[in-house]
Design a protein around this ligand. Structure first.
Ligand code: 13P
Length: 245
């Protein structure tokens, strides 16, 4: 890692995996002083996943604290299960569930209110990348959170830059493309609040055992949010070990 911020390698299983696979991860993934390893499993597995040595993460939560919201999960319930990180605003939720920037911002606030850490996702679709307005697009996503939560959200939030065109496509952003956006995000965060210097910014999108090293070597990349490769224990272990270097 090219900076002093503690790296994070977070696995996002999405709607994949099984209890049998989880058992392997509980047995084989250890904790480390050098980085934070986070495993974000589907919510039905959170209870069983709490037995592992990694840090437990959830993939989403409700923006409400409790009440008549059938099928949703309150952040207080996640906390009871030992969850510390909650992915918020993943592009798949923005797409599948029409989550707006404002709803995402409300979820960030709900997670922060509970004393947990949001992993706030941002990132542009292919047409925005091709149009060249991807920086403005990402900034708008982050500014919506600043407007609702205030700049202090930076003290306790992890940001994940995940260009949608790189998710699950095998088409990773090059280390230079990723660093360009991470640097842009960092300079905006710092212009809002000096605390932005310490905010971890993860890269996500087709990170694998072969490309992690180059990505993690970039100055403003503080680790990864890993989808497909987090379902394979060997690959996930290589990525974790890469982040320790
Ligand atoms: P992939 O690593 O499968 O591209 O997924 C990235 C992602 O969306 C993680 O949240």
């Amino acid at each position: 890692m090219a900076n002093t911020r503690k790296p994070i390698v977070a696995g996002n299983w999405k709607m994949n995996g099984s209890l049998a696979l989880l058992k392997t991860f509980i047995e084989e993934i250890g904790s480390s002083e050098q980085l934070e390893t986070v495993l974000c499993v589907p919510s039905p597995y959170l209870s069983a996943a709490g037995r592992g040595e990694y840090i437990l993460g959830a993939q989403d939560c409700s923006s409400f604290e409790s009440g008549a919201h059938t099928g949703d999960t309150a952040v207080s319930m996640l906390k009871e299960l030992g969850v510390e990180y909650v992915i918020v605003g993943h592009s798949e939720r923005r797409q599948d569930h029409n989550e707006s920037n404002e709803l995402v911002a409300n979820k960030v606030q709900t997670v922060l209110n509970a004393g947990l850490t949001p992993i706030l996702c941002c990132g542009e679709p292919l047409e925005i990348r091709e149009k060249g307005t991807f920086k403005e697009y990402v900034l708008e996503q982050l500014a919506a959170v600043k407007n609702v939560c205030g700049v202090s959200f930076l003290d306790n939030t992890v940001i994940a830059y995940e260009p949608i065109w790189a998710i699950g496509t095998g088409k990773t952003a090059s280390p230079e493309q990723a660093q360009e956006v991470h640097e842009f995000i960092r300079s905006n965060l710092v212009s809002w609040n000096e605390a932005g210097q310490n905010t971890r910014i993860l890269y996500g999108g087709s990170v694998n055992a072969g490309n992690a090293e180059q990505l993690f070597a970039q100055k403003d990349i503080d680790g990864g949010l890993i989808g497909g490769a987090s379902l394979k224990i060997e690959d996930f272990t290589v990525i974790i070990n890469t982040a320790k270097q």
